[in-house]
Design a protein around this ligand. Structure first.
Ligand code: ANZ
Ligand code: ZN
Length: 857
């Protein structure tokens, strides 16, 4: 009589055994013996309230790698923590009147419980939360170190200001030029803010992407584009007629397309260009125009998509190569922070310039001819041509290809002493000041006499005050009655604390180093573990988080804090796909959640109302479409192993996976099927004799080949292929149950191997199975089995041998045996030898896998 496997009993049991035996604790380097280290990390969660299926997928994938590496004999570090500062806690505080900390720590407790239910091989002794003063106090030290080394500095910069909520908004909080909460028109304000000098590292951040060969190509490309190196030309256009006093030298522009200089039709200044500001002093229309531009917001994206706006200054400049002049405009799409804040517009070959030229009726002259076009008929309508081609309409550049023309134009401009070739980066310094409460306080004191004074070491951490209120808009730190009032550490006079806190991206830029540094924040231990060998997370962090982390490691290295020569935090990166689910709508157009449905007579109805429900598209699980499933509910119904197995089984890890109830039920049936295999093994199987019967050898071959295939699949991040192999292997082992006693030993061997292979995927089931067949210890600490190479060799195949087209014999060879070997074996065959009988061989034709034909005279 076979028993059922009960995940509700087994899972909590094994989890408590693992905890009691403390088997997932990472060993400090001194205790690791010769074991190689493996640092496996998933992007740490924001404690929003509840874990979602995306977390389940992310952490299951990391757990597969961590458990596998452990089985392979590595000293594994697999920690977990909480990215715990940020806006949602303040919003919750405003809505419910709770303290952000209370809300956050409550969520952490809940989500920790949920993650523990998943049976992850986490070293919980290293858990951290970024909102904990222990953590952000160290971050304040880092900030001061960066300040000392010139990597942090203050400057005045523009922010999005919400005049109703009286607060600064992040770019993401400006929607169509309006504040996301108040709906008020957002204004641009200048504030003095803190910055990190990430641009110092632009070159190495870009060049070293080449060394990250275990990162997805698309992420490297996204980073490359974000850093945005362009080889360009900085040059001036001299004024025609009277030049404004401050610009007698001309207007400096930056371009990456000097090959299009003959197509130039206007010059455009940024609304914030010094010349614009100067002109505005005597022209009120320019002020009005600037205010109009300021409504659009500071993001490049907002500016890119906004309607093009221009103002003609009436000034004119001379073309460097031709006897003509160009008008000088002010244009909203020219950013002050890039290049020189001024451009020349070539509408034929730049879409923004074209949109602008069409709107203000400026000339459009094409100068790059695409391959296959005739210069007499080629014309630009409403789409600029930005591709390669041959230059025309361009005097000395005519007939050159684009790239050669760029160099020729730069050379000529340098010769004329009007400019020089340059390298520019799109990357800007990282503004880290946030006018928020729930973040890491910037450890600075502002004194009227002494200026900007770092908080002395002994006074760190600067702890957030608890008694704050969120009933009025703005930063509670700023209006706290006492917190910001301190004595200046230098002169002792009254002074004021910096009330800005750090961008939460700072918190996540070094947490992996904190994990690695262990209990005593020992940076030599951090150097042992870093870089992270395998990082797993969402593609949404492909740019900022990864770039900031790369900057931080370089910064810490150059401050002498961390011995990490490459400055690279993540040697391997994997970005997983999302979890999708069908969507459902009621007849009156409401979204209906999956657990509110019932199936009646083959059609879907809403359980509460009995009304019919229609199926919609399969989409990313989201609260707004109500197509989420709750991991806790799944774990209660099926167990954590089923949830883990499902999210790993159905699609390649980088692709989306669709969650279905039927799929979960299928996974649950598989759990029972696998268990039944172990349960059916006769007692004492482990002590039976090996058999070399053909059936036994065949079964052993399947097991060893499956093991090798699973190993390869995990190494290559193809978890779904590993799962598919396990399915087949289980079927094969099931068949063996009806075989003879000669199979018992091979079955035991196969099942012991299978249990180890199941561990990364379904660790609880694997423990029960391991125990059931009498193995010692825990499978979670068992070594990965070794394969017997002899059993991996493919079965031999039979090749017929013909002599002059007549079948005379056959030989058995490996399917991939090289031709010369096959030929030699065929010639040596006794039956063939007797046929040849002294005749001379003219030719031997080997058709691999099919036949050998010997032609004799
Ligand atoms: C003339 C031109 C002709 C341009 C053409 C492009 C195409 P990337 O390649 O991304 O670095 N530009 C320069 N400074 C700018 C600023 N402050 N705000 C907005 N646009 C600016 O972009 C470089 C190109 O972006 C430059 O080359 C310039 O336009 C524009 F057929 O100059 B180009
Ligand atoms: Zn002072």
């Amino acid at each position: 009589m076979t028993s059922r496997y009960n995940p509700q009993e087994a899972e909590p049991h094994w989890q408590s055994v693992w905890t009691e035996q403390d088997i997932f604790r990472a060993l400090p380097p001194s205790e690791a013996g010769g074991a190689p280290k493996a640092y496996i990390l998933e992007m740490f969660p924001y404690p929003s309230g509840k874990a979602h299926m995306g977390h389940v997928r992310n952490y299951s994938m990391g757990d597969v790698v961590a458990r596998y590496k452990k089985a392979k004999g590595h000293n594994v570090l697999h920690p977990m923590g909480w990215d715990a500062f940020g806006m949602p806690a303040e919003n919750a505080a405003m809505e419910r009147g709770t303290h952000p900390g209370e809300w956050t720590y409550g969520n952490i407790d809940h989500m920790r419980g949920q993650l523990k239910q998943l049976g992850l091989s986490i070293d919980w002794s290293r858990e951290l939360a970024t909102c904990n003063a222990d953590y952000y106090g160290l971050q304040q030290r880092l900030f001061l170190k960066f300040l000392e080394e010139g990597l942090a500095y203050r400057k005045s910069a523009k922010v999005n200001w919400d005049p109703v909520d009286m607060t600064v908004l992040a770019n993401e909080q400006v929607i169509d030029g309006k504040g996301w909460r108040s709906g008020a028109d957002v204004e641009q304000r200048e504030l003095t803010q803190w910055f990190f000098r990430i641009t110092d590292y632009a070159e190495s951040l870009l060049d070293d992407l080449k060394t990250l060969d275990r990162w997805p190509e698309k992420v490297r490309l996204m980073q490359e584009n974000w850093i945005g190196r362009s080889e360009g030309l900085q040059m001036r256009f001299e004024f025609d007629g009277d030049a404004p006093k401050s610009h007698e030298y001309g207007i400096e522009i930056f371009t990456t397309r000097p090959d299009t200089l003959f197509g130039a039709s206007f010059i455009a200044l940024s609304p914030d260009h010094p010349l614009t500001l100067e002109l505005a002093e005597t022209a009120a229309e320019i002020d009005t125009f600037r205010a109009e531009c300021a409504k659009i917001g500071t993001t490049e994206e907002a500016i890119e998509t906004a309607e093009k706006l221009g103002f003609d200054t009436g000034l004119r400049v001379r073309h460097p190569f031709e006897d003509r002049t160009l008008p000088v405009w002010i244009a909203n799409f020219v950013l002050m922070g890039y290049g020189t804040g001024a451009i020349f517009g070539c509408p034929a070959h730049d879409q923004r310039d074209l949109d602008f030229a069409r709107k203000y009726d400026l000339s459009v002259t094409p100068v790059v001819l695409p391959e296959g076009e005739s210069k007499h008929h080629y014309a630009i309508e409403n789409e600029a041509y930005t591709g390669p081609g041959r230059i025309y309409n361009s005097d000395f550049l005519d007939n050159l290809q684009k790239d050669a023309a760029i160099l020729a134009a730069i050379a000529r401009v340098e010769e004329m002493d009007l400019g020089r070739g340059t390298t520019e980066y799109r990357l800007r310094d990282w503004g880290v000041s946030r006018q928020r409460y729930w973040g890491c306080p910037i450890p600075i004191i502002k004194c009227e006499t002494c200026g900007i004074v770092p908080v002395p070491e002994a006074d760190l951490p600067v702890v957030l005050p608890d008694d704050v209120s969120f009933d009025v808009p703005g930063n509670p730190l700023d209006r706290h009655p006492t917190w910001k009032h301190v004595k200046c550490p230098i002169c002792g006079d009254d002074a004021i604390r910096e009330t800005d806190t750090l961008d939460t991206f700072v918190d996540s830029s070094w947490y992996f180093a904190r994990f690695a540094a262990g209990e005593h924040n020992d940076m030599s231990e951090a150097a042992y573990w870093l870089p992270v060998d395998q990082y797993v997370g969402g593609i949404e962090h492909a740019i900022l988080h990864l770039l900031y982390s790369r900057f931080f490691m370089r910064g810490m290295r150059d401050c002498g804090l961390l011995d990490l020569p490459s400055g690279e935090p993540f040697a391997g990166l994997f970005t997983q796909g999302m979890i999708t689910h069908e969507t459902y709508k009621s007849s009156d157009g409401r979204w209906v959640a999956p657990d509110e449905l019932e199936e009646r007579d083959g059609s879907l109805i809403e359980a509460a109302t009995g009304e019919p429900v229609s199926r919609g598209a399969i989409e990313k699980m989201s609260k707004s479409k109500r197509n989420t499933v709750d991991p806790t509910a799944i774990i209660e119904q099926f167990g954590a192993d089923v949830a883990r197995w499902f999210v790993l089984s159905d699609s390649p890890p980088e692709r989306d996976v669709e969650w279905t109830q039927a799929g979960a039920e299928g996974a649950a049936r598989f759990v029972q099927r696998a268990w039944a295999l172990f349960d059916a093994l006769p007692e004492g199987a482990e002590t039976t004799e090996t058999s070399d019967s053909e059936a036994a050898t065949d079964l052993r071959r399947t097991s060893h080949k499956s093991l090798a295939a699973i190993e390869k699949a995990i190494d290559e991040f193809r978890f779904n292929s590993a799962v598919a192999t396990i399915y087949e292997w289980v079927n094969r082992l099931k068949k063996a149950e009806s075989g003879g006693d000669d199979l018992v030993h091979a079955r035991h061997e196969g099942l012991a191997m299978l249990a180890v292979c199941l561990t990364p995927f379904m660790p609880h089931l694997a423990e029960s199975c391991w125990q059931r067949i009498g193995q010692t210890g825990l499978v979670s600490t068992a070594q990965w089995p070794t394969t017997d190479p002899a059993l991996l060799i493919e079965d031999l195949i039979t090749l017929p041998i013909q002599v002059n087209g007549k079948r005379r014999s056959e030989i058995k060879v490996a399917p991939d045996a090289p031709k010369p070997d096959v030929e030699a074996m065929a010639m040596a065959d006794p039956a063939v030898q007797s046929q040849l009988d002294g005749k001379s061989v003219k030719k031997v034709i080997v058709v691999p896998g099919r036949i050998v034909n010997i032609v004799v005279a």
